[in-house]
Design a protein around this ligand. Structure first.
Ligand SMILES: NC(=O)c1ccc[n+]([C@@H]2O[C@H](COP(=O)([O-])OP(=O)(O)OC[C@H]3O[C@@H](n4cnc5c(N)ncnc54)[C@H](O)[C@@H]3O)[C@@H](O)[C@H]2O)c1
Length: 325
């Protein structure tokens, strides 16, 4: 298939782009480098530089139609979205509307969208099935619900095969590609950075949640497993219609458990500094992944927390300043 990957210079997009190329797809990337890295681009893939919502950028990218679009490009910092919600609506929702406008004109027949566990907000129970109420507790999550809504409407009206993949916590490294966000809000890279640089303290954000050890419980899924799910979803999305599918390991780990496992993998002690809760963080997010297994035949084969940490530690040790060195 000829596939446009938006956000292909970012963390999950770059790993997925390589995997799609390995599977024989023809891949082009669209990215504005607001959070992506040139070093993460797959060699040889045509690149369209610019904002997804810019009609001139889309004109250039869609000069030849694609068979499919995999749409990663978004803003995704929960805290920032609470302070500055409007850019989140502009990029995440406005960008998706602009992109789907081209898709609707015959630009592609299939679309796979990066959604998020943030659509569920504070779930009533875990593991969370896709049928759980969508009740996001921050603007980021609300834009993801809106992006899914726009895609679902476009799928019906324009006969697209559309899949929203609701990732839980992406983590790990693959193919020499790792997680390098600035600022970094994700637990595992923050933890590993603190191990590599004694000047960086590791702040554990809240130890008074209603969980067994008081720290947040999350479902970590290896970035390689996420990439494989995208390839499977593209193949699966042959028939028109919209489907939302969770991608998680169906296993929760508390922050304290991840800290202990990281100290063991790295062979170094970690002394967290206990800090207040971060607004907008639900206590527990653990996926049911039954639908992904059933529909896509997906298995999260690398998502054991020790495998994730070992892969991430190897990447961060080799890139202590991220892609900068
Ligand atoms: N990382 C996670 O744990 C996680 C969890 C759930 C959902 N997601 C979603 O997955 C997607 C990818 O996440 P990631 O961690 O790889 O993010 P990332 O920030 O590493 O990658 C996003 C990429 O999109 C590009 N981009 C952003 N705005 C753009 C615009 N207006 N035009 C063109 N390009 C633009 C950035 O430059 C970057 O390369 C996002 O949609 C995110 O919301 C991520």
């Amino acid at each position: 298939m000829r596939v446009l990957v938006t956000g292909g210079a970012g963390y999950i997009g770059s790993v997925t782009a390589r995997l799609l190329l390995r599977r024989g797809h023809e891949v082009e990337i669209l990215d504005d480098f607001s959070a992506g890295h040139r070093q993460a681009l797959p060699p040889g893939a045509p690149l369209h530089v610019g904002d997804l919502a810019d009609p001139a950028v889309l004109d250039r990218a869609f000069r030849r139609p694609f068979d499919a679009v995999v749409h990663f490009a978004a803003r995704s910092l929960v805290g920032e979205s609470m302070q500055q919600p409007l850019p989140y609506w502009r990029v995440n929702v406005g960008g998706t509307v602009a992109l789907l406008g081209r898709v609707a004109l015959g630009g592609a027949r299939r679309c796979v969208l990066s959604s998020s566990a943030a659509v569920y907000g504070e779930p009533a129970a875990v593991p969370i099935p896709e049928s759980a109420p969508l009740a996001p507790v921050n603007p980021y999550g609300r834009t993801k619900v809106a992006m899914e809504g726009v895609l679902a409407d476009a799928a019906v009206a324009h006969g697209l095969g559309a899949v929203a993949l609701r990732y839980f916590n992406a983590a790990g490294a693959a193919d020499g590609l790792g997680e390098d966000h600035e600022p970094e809000s994700h637990l595992i890279p923050r933890l590993l950075r603190s191990l590599l640089d004694p000047a960086v303290e590791f702040r554990l954000l809240g130890d008074d949640y209603p969980t067994p050890d008081g720290t947040c419980v999350r479902d970590y899924v290896h970035v390689q497993d996420l990439a494989e799910a995208h390839a499977l979803a593209l193949e699966w999305a042959e028939r028109p219609g919209f489907t939302a599918i969770n991608l998680g390991n169906a296993r929760g780990h508390s922050v304290r458990e991840v800290v202990a496992a990281a100290a063991e993998v790295a062979g170094r002690p970690i002394t967290p500094v206990i800090a207040p809760r971060r607004p907008g963080d639900p206590a527990q997010l653990v996926a049911s992944n039954a639908l992904a297994r059933e529909l896509l035949g997906w298995t999260p084969g690398r998502s054991d927390i020790r495998v994730i940490l070992a892969d991430a530690w190897a990447w961060h040790s080799a890139h202590p300043r991220g892609y900068a060195g």
